[in-house]
Design a protein around this ligand. Structure first.
Ligand code: LCS
Length: 394
């Protein structure tokens, strides 16, 4: 039985229903089946007509997928969720649900490079315009909205600069304009930030990151109101596909059990590493919302319960110094992605955000000497020692 008074870490372990309701298994079963037998021809027809509830085919719905969706909706405090094979599939299906040809949406310009590439390469082919603005200035969002704008999209904390966007402020604009607010909550997770409670309409995740937490699964999730999710499920997702596999859904369910303890460790390590870097003679500047020097520290405090494990820092010098640092680390792994147990280090300008033009990079603050660090759950002294020796060798 789940108690209303339980806190996040307890709820993440016990889930919305406290195990598999049929067998009592505390680890839910993996329904590794593409299709589900009908009892008779009438049963099949009734399922298709929506007169009876049940499973038909795993592109439409799978029980392990449903178990994950229930848990994510529960932890984000939304009504329903829809799980996808990647964060990008989740984003694309969200856009397709909210927009028709000729529509536009206003997006923060500081976003994951793959999302920027989706805006640039794919959406123009179907006549949907992404208007990227500096979402740090709410006036810029408002100015970009017209009668064909369907939603506002923000990532906060943002990839890769770890800047913070005012979720309540964006929600207020969206409400006033009669449009939706979609928040990518990948970096904060529901443990540190609940956008739906701050006024957002939909939350998207690259569940590849902290939700899975072990660098072994690519997945995405959208959470929102029941009618909106039904429209997404029946109107787009089941036709387009891009749905999560049962095994990956199970990996994420397993990941959720340790989400709070992992995040606690990512966050305490993150704070220590950010402080260490901010005093390092080879470092020009650090962006971590937990530091008082972060320009949006107060805003971060007002909408997040803690600050997570993502850091951006600018080394003294330029691209060459950055490259030398990357080649000198021994413990930190040179890799894209984030939110894994392992500390991952990346040079956004040449990798995750190489879809940006040089001009756009400059606009959003992705400089050649900027490094992004996803602080892992190792012993913080080992991470610190590794960064220190690499910075000195730089
Ligand atoms: N949203 C955010 C904030 C992301 O960081 C990513 C991926 C996505 C959406 C897309 O999710 P995916 O399809 O990869 O599950 N971010 C990556 C990154 O920074 N490096 O590699 C992937």
């Amino acid at each position: 039985m789940v108690k209303k008074t339980w806190r996040f870490a307890t709820l993440a372990v016990h889930g919305s229903e406290g195990g598999d309701p049929v067998t009592g298994a505390i680890s839910p079963p993996i329904y590794q089946s593409s299709t589900f037998a009908f009892k008779n021809s009438q049963h099949g027809a009734d399922l298709f007509a929506g007169k009876e509830k049940g499973f038909i085919y795993s592109r439409i719905l799978n029980p392990t997928q449903v178990a994950l969706e229930r848990e994510m909706a529960f932890l984000e405090e939304g009504e329903d969720a829809l799980a996808f094979g990647s964060g990008m599939a989740a984003e694309f299906t969200t856009i397709m649900t909210l927009c028709r040809t000729g529509d536009n949406f206003v997006s923060s310009g500081t976003i994951y490079g793959g999302t920027h590439a989706l805006y640039q390469k794919v959406l123009p082919r179907i006549g949907i315009e992404a208007r990227e603005v500096d979402a740090g200035d709410l006036n810029k969002i408002e100015e970009a909205i017209d009668e064909r704008t369907r939603f506002i999209f923000i990532e906060t904390p943002a990839n890769p600069t770890i800047s913070i966007i005012d979720v309540r402020g964006c929600a207020e604009i969206a409400r006033r304009k009669g449009i939706k607010l979609v928040v990518d909550n990948t970096f904060a997770t529901p443990y540190y930030q609940k956008p739906l409670l701050l006024g957002a309409d939909l939350v998207v995740h690259s569940a590849t990151k902290y939700i899975g937490g072990h660098g072994d699964t690519v997945a995405g999730i959208v959470i929102g109101a029941k009618d909106q999710m039904l429209e997404m499920r029946k109107g787009i997702a089941q036709e387009v596909g891009g749905i999560i596999s049962p095994f990956n859904a199970w990996l994420l369910l397993r990941g959720l059990k340790t989400l709070a303890v992992r995040m606690d460790r990512h966050c305490t390590n993150g704070m220590r590493i950010a402080q260490f870097l901010s005093f390092h003679p080879k470092v020009e500047r650090v962006s971590y919302p937990g530091l008082r020097i972060h320009p949006q520290h107060e805003l971060a405090k007002s909408q997040m319960s803690d600050f997570g494990g993502m850091i951006a820092f600018w080394v003294k010098g330029g691209l060459e110094e950055g490259k030398r640092l990357m080649d000198a680390v021994k413990l930190c792994t040179l890799a894209v992605s984030l939110g894994d147990c392992d500390t991952l280090i990346v040079h956004p300008a040449s990798t995750t955000h190489s879809s940006y033009s040089l001009e756009d990079m400059k606009k959003v603050g992705i400089d050649p000497n900027m490094i992004r660090l996803s602080v892992g759950i190792e012993d913080v002294h080992d991470i610190m020692e590794d960064l220190d020796q690499a910075l000195r060798a730089m």
